[in-house]
Design a protein around this ligand. Structure first.
Ligand code: ADP
Ligand code: MG
Ligand code: MG
Length: 249
């Protein structure tokens, strides 16, 4: 579903991703773990096509479509969703309007009709409830005045409504207390499906106590240093990133 080969990319003339290769099959959940500064967010931004991130080599395809040739909105239309490490506030655009616009853009890209106002509101109400946000939250500007945990839960609501093929979640767990972490973990588990792939980027093992990934990859200095099964998370927690990647080398 997501096929990254030998990706080299950077920002402001500095190379950060150094020949990164990763295959995320349809329906699987993979985790990328790595020390601070290893390039985790750079990978997420490069896939999403954020301004300033320059690809100098390699390829990245979603469901066979070359992502790197597309504008950011085309990548989203192709089925890519990026959950941000630091969700932005968008004053003046309500969550309701933001979501309806995103859902309809997604539907148009799939050649489907726009969602009716009634169906949209029913679906949004259900997702807001599932992630412990109120209709009052949904009427406010996107993330405006939301606590850290509410912002992360709002990202889950967006992901549930937009129904991406590939979701990349950049440190969705950072800054969450244990209750919020459980809500987010349950959300990810609920959104697991045979036709959706999820890439969880995380610095800590904690989230992986609640969401068991099919594979774990360790990112170090811009490339995958080692990969393994879910047991790798506990090993990393015990022995640290240096020991694990030295062993692999
Ligand atoms: P991670 O998410 O794994 O903590 P990042 O992808 O944020 O790592 O950063 C990887 C490296 O790239 C770090 O050394 C960081 O300082 C550097 N970096 C990130 N953004 C920029 C930027 N805009 N300009 C220069 N260097 C950057
Ligand atoms: Mg970081
Ligand atoms: Mg980061």
């Amino acid at each position: 579903m997501l096929d990254i080969k030998d990706l080299t990319a950077g920002v402001e003339g500095k190379t950060i991703l150094n020949g990164l290769s990763l295959t995320l099959p349809k329906g699987e959940v993979h985790a990328i773990m790595g020390p601070n500064g290893s390039g985790k967010s750079t990978l997420a931004y490069t896939l999403a096509g954020r301004d300033g991130y320059e690809v100098t080599g390699g390829s990245a395809a979603l469901d066979g479509q070359d992502l790197l040739d597309m504008e950011p909105h085309e990548r989203a239309a192709a089925g890519l969703y990026l959950g941000l490490q630091y969700p932005v506030e968008i004053p003046g655009v309500s969550n309701v309007n933001f979501l309806r616009t995103a859902v309809n853009a997604q539907r148009r890209a799939r050649g489907e009709e726009e969602i009716s106002a009634g169906d949209f509101l029913r679906a949004m109400r259900k997702e807001a409830e599932a992630f412990d946000l109120t209709m009052d939250h949904m009427k406010r500007g996107v993330n405006v005045g939301f606590s850290g945990g509410e912002k992360k839960r709002n990202e889950m609501i967006q992901m549930a409504m937009i129904e991406p093929k590939v979701a990349v979640l950049d440190e969705t767990d950072s800054g969450l207390d244990i209750d919020a972490l459980r809500v987010v973990a349950n959300g990810i588990n609920r959104l697991r499906s045979t036709d959706r792939s999820i890439l969880i980027i995380t610095h800590y093992q904690r989230l992986l106590d609640y969401v068991e990934p099919d594979r774990i990859h360790v990112l170090k200095t811009g490339r995958i240093a080692t990969s393994g099964g879910p047991e790798l998370a506990a090993e990393l927690e015990r022995e640290g990133y240096d020991a694990i990647s030295a062993e692999a080398a």
